[in-house]
Structures are given as C-alpha cells and as structure tokens.
Design a protein around this ligand. Sequence first.
Ligand SMILES: Nc1ncnc2c1ncn2[C@@H]1O[C@H](COP(=O)(O)OP(=O)(O)OP(=O)(O)O)[C@@H](O)[C@H]1O
Ligand SMILES: [Mg+2]
Length: 308
Amino acid sequence: MQSILSIKNVSKTYASGFQALKSIDLEIRRGEIFALLGPNGAGKTTLIGIVCGIVKASSGTVTVDGHDNVRDYRGAREMIGLVPQELHTDSFETVWATCTFSRGLFGKPANPAFVEKVLKDVSLWDKKDSKIMTLSGGMKRRVLIAKALAHEPDILFLDEPTAGVDVELRKDMWEVVRALRAKGVTIILTTHYIEEAELMADRVGVINKGELILVEDKAELMRKLGKKQMTFELQQKLDAVPEALAPYKLALAADGRALTYTYEAQGEHRGVTRLVEELLRQNIRLKDIATTQSSLEDIFVDLVRKDG
Ligand SMILES: Nc1ncnc2c1ncn2[C@@H]1O[C@H](COP(=O)(O)OP(=O)(O)OP(=O)(O)O)[C@@H](O)[C@H]1O
Ligand SMILES: [Mg+2]
C-alpha cells in the first residue's frame, strides 16, 4: 500500500540539550489507523509536533503526500488535522465561530451544513453558541476534535484524544474515528488506554526513550508476541506440582486447587495435549479448564520493560 506520510531519519534535540527523538523512520499507509504507543516522555507529542510543523526537527525530513513539510509547509499542513494533547481553549469565541474559522484558516470554502454535522457528531450542537471558556474539560476536548474535523483533513492526528473524557464521549469518539476511516481518512493516534489501540488500530508503533522500537500489524503482533494461559481447576487440593509435570513449569495456586500453564499463542499446541495426558496419568482430576490470552497491553508492557 502507498504511504501518505513519510518520516525519514527524524531527530529532535530540544534547546535544553535533551534528545527527545533519535532518527525515527516511519511510513504511514493511506487510510490506516496507526496507534503510536509509548510511556510518558517517550516522544510521541514531539513527533506529532514535528509532522504538523509545530516543532522544528533537528534533522530528517517529513513528506505529507509528496509535500515536504518545511519547503512546502502550506501544502503539507492543509492535509492535516490535529487534536492536540494540551487544551489551549480559554477562548471568548463561541464553539461555532472557532470551527468555522478553522475551516477558513485551511483555505476551505464556508460550509455551514458540514460544520453543523461535525458539531452534531461530537454532541456539541446544543453548545454551538457557548463561549469555549464556559465549557467543561471534556466539552473543550470535543471542541478540539470538531475544530480538527471542520476542515476535512486527509490525515488526522489524535494526541491522547480520550484523556479525561467520559465513557460516553469515548464511545462517540470511536464512532467518529471509524466513520472517518470509512471515508478514507488516515488516522494516527496516541493513547494510554491500550485496549483502545487494540480495538481500533490496524498497525501499532511503540516508541520508548525517543526510539521507535517496533512497528507491526496489530494482529501479527498479537499473534507473534501473545501468550496464552490455561488454568486447570482441580477437584482435589495439591501440596506441590508432581515431578513428572516439572517440564511444563506450572504455577500452583496458593490454595492448591488450580494449576496454570503459560505458553506462546503462536506455538504448536501439542504441549497442551501432552500436558492433559500427563495430568490424567498423575490421577489429577479436573473440575474446569479456562484459557486467557494476553492483551496488547501485556505485550506493550513487556516490550518497554525489555527495552529498559
Ligand atoms: N519544549 C521542550 N523543551 C525541552 N524538552 C522538552 C520539550 N518538550 C518536550 N520535552 C521533553 O521531550 C521528551 C518527550 O516529550 P513528549 O511530550 O514528546 O513525550 P510524550 O511521549 O508525548 O509523553 P506523554 O505520554 O506524557 O504525552 C520529554 O522528556 C520531555 O520532557
Ligand atoms: Mg504526549
């Protein structure tokens, strides 16, 4: 698939001397939802800032659908919508004025019907005449989203779009994101709610200490790095794991009434069959069996920990 955004060898050292990004290479595919994950201070907002032309890169290039984002800043910026992480919305302006102004700023002709639809999509229509400073935090975030959508961007950056918003808005947000994707908009989001990335993303990138340590299809990532656990609930209490079962590295529950086996989700499953046979041979009677699979969150925590 053709990439719509090309980030090549981008580094950033802030004036303080702190290196926030170390030669980042990343290609974003047209129409995908890409989730950028990483701990606090990893460099996510810095990278988004560079792509959007808010932060100056120390080196490297960013090309947005063929427009170099420095030499052809306007061409690149026109394509991008940004929902920033920080709320700078202590404005006397009304919701309506802010959104229509944002459209004009990006050289799009006035289209009140479209702005109305956007405001309805984010449940702000009844607040259209309110001054932004009079809105609650979550409503202000909705304004930022509406503002970014008002100029119909081809690429939408959502930097922690659901931080501090209620469950209702979070659901609305994901509806909006899905609808945008269906229209062909490319979406790049950061989130600390990893289950959101698990739910929404086509691909996942993990950034840690300014380095992109992984970029992978979400499904592939979960297949490759995912772990499964099988828990055997026992009819009788065990004091210790029998010697014959040692190779399976089973964990015995504190009450001695359950054994847990952990294995690679991708691996061959003959191990499970052999284990069950061995349990029967050992005369261990089972009451129930349950399996669980690791989440993207488990994988993420593992990756970042390994990266030290
Ligand atoms: N203007 C600045 N001057 C100096 N250092 C900065 C500046 N902005 C960010 N940093 C530093 O760069 C690093 C990356 O910050 P950034 O905001 O990109 O992280 P992040 O991944 O978005 O984190 P979070 O998850 O908390 O939003 C941090 O160590 C931060 O302190
Ligand atoms: Mg950030």
